[in-house]
Write a protein that binds this ligand. Structure first.
Ligand SMILES: Nc1ncnc2c1ncn2[C@@H]1O[C@H](COP(=O)(O)OP(=O)(O)OP(=O)(O)O)[C@@H](O)[C@H]1O
Length: 300
C-alpha cells in the first residue's frame, strides 16, 4: 500500500479553544475513509487544515511525501467539497463547472456531462437560486468529476432527499471501483454509508480516538441480551459501552472481541449475541469517552 497523506502532530487553536490536539495519522492510496465524530469536535477544521484552507498552529501535513503548505502543485491533487455554499455568487452552474475543470488536473468533462443528466441539473441556473439539495448536487458532481487523488466530501448529502442520497452513494461507489482514489467522507448519516467506508477515523474532544478498519471494528461490536448474571463471567475485563435494562433482561453493548468459546458460553446461558450496527457503535463510543473495562457510566 502506498501512503497518500501523512498528518503528524497537528494542533489547532481558535482563541482559547484547543480544537485539534496532537492529531497524527496516515491515509493510504485508494481507500474510502469515514471521518466521524460529534458536532463541533473538529472534523471540518481537520479537513480545512489538510486542504490548506486554515493554518495549523503546529504539525506536518504531507501529500505524497511533500509538505502541502504553499504547495499549489500538491493542491491540484486534492478536491474538497464543503458543506457550506460555494463562494460563487452570480455564477451560473455551467461557469462553476468550467472553473472546476481548470482547477483539477484529472477533471473528466464527459463524466461531468453524464452526471448532470443523471441528476437532472439545470446548468443555466445561478447557484444562489438552487435548492439546498441541488447545491449539494453541484458539489457532488465537482467532487466526482474532479477524479482528484484525494477527494474530500464534508456532509455531501446535506438537503438531498433519500432517493438522491442513494443515487449519489451508488454512483460514488461505482466510479470508485472503476477509478480508485482516496476519498474522505465526513457525514452524520453513518448507517446509510457504512457499506462505503473501508476505514473509520473517529475524533472525540479534538483527539484521534481511533482509526481502524471497519471489518475489524465490526468484529468486536456486539449486543448481549439476557440476564445480567448470565453474562458476568464473560464480560469481566471487557469494554462495555452501553447498558439498558428491561425488567429481568439486560442489553449490554460490548466493544471487545469475543472468542468462540465465550459466544458458546453466553448462548448456553440463554444470552443472545448479535452484531451492533455501526451507527450505534459510534453513538456509544462518542457518548462514553470514559470507557472503562467492564464498566460504562457506572454500569455493571
Ligand atoms: N474560524 C473559526 N473561528 C473560531 N472558532 C472556530 C472556527 N472554525 C471552527 N471553530 C470552532 O472549532 C470547533 C470545531 O468546529 P468544526 O466545524 O471543525 O467541527 P465539526 O466536527 O466539523 O462540527 P459539525 O459536525 O457540527 O460540522 C467548534 O467549536 C467551532 O466553533
Amino acid at each position: 500500500m502506498i501512503n497518500i497523506l501523512e498528518c503528524k502532530n497537528l494542533n489547532k487553536t481558535f482563541g482559547k479553544t484547543n480544537v485539534l490536539k496532537d492529531i497524527s495519522f496516515i491515509l493510504e492510496e485508494n481507500k474510502i475513509y469515514g471521518l466521524l465524530g460529534r458536532n463541533g469536535v473538529g472534523k471540518t477544521t481537520l479537513l480545512n487544515l489538510i486542504c490548506n484552507q486554515v493554518t495549523r498552529d503546529s504539525g506536518e501535513i504531507k501529500l505524497f511525501d511533500e509538505e502541502i503548505f504553499e504547495n499549489s502543485k500538491a493542491m491540484e491533487n486534492i478536491c474538497f467539497i464543503k458543506e457550506k455554499d460555494l463562494p460563487v455568487e452570480g455564477y451560473k452552474i455551467k461557469k462553476i463547472f468550467k472553473i472546476a475543470s481548470i482547477l483539477y488536473k484529472n477533471w473528466d468533462e464527459e463524466y461531468k456531462d453524464y452526471l448532470i443528466k443523471e441528476f437532472n441539473l439545470d446548468v443555466n441556473k445561478k447557484y444562489e437560486n438552487l435548492s439546498r439539495g441541488n447545491k449539494s448536487i453541484v458539489g457532488a458532481i465537482i467532487g466526482l468529476a474532479s477524479r482528484a487523488k484525494l477527494t474530500i466530501f464534508d456532509e455531501p448529502s446535506l438537503g438531498l432527499d433519500a432517493a438522491a442520497r442513494y443515487k449519489f452513494y451508488n454512483i460514488l461507489l461505482e466510479d470508485y471501483e472503476k477509478n480508485p482514489r482516496t476519498i474522505i467522507l465526513s457525514t452524520h448519516l453513518i448507517d446509510e454509508v457504512s457499506n462505503l467506508f473501508e476505514e473509520i477515523i473517529l475524533l472525540t474532544e479534538g483527539k484521534l480516538m481511533l482509526k481502524e478498519d471497519v471489518h475489524s471494528l465490526m468484529e468486536k461490536a456486539y449486543f448481549l441480551n439476557g440476564r445480567e448474571d448470565n453474562m458476568k463471567k464473560v464480560i469481566e475485563g471487557k469494554k462495555v459501552i452501553h447498558k439498558e435494562g428491561f425488567g429481568a433482561t439486560t442489553i449490554l453493548g460490548i466493544f471487545d472481541s469475543l472468542t468462540r468459546e465465550e459466544v458458546k458460553m453466553l448462548k448456553d446461558n440463554n444470552v443472545e449475541v448479535s452484531s451492533m450496527p455501526l451507527q450505534k457503535l459510534f453513538i456509544y463510543l462518542t457518548e462514553n469517552v470514559d470507557i472503562k473495562e467492564g464498566k460504562v457510566n457506572g454500569c455493571c
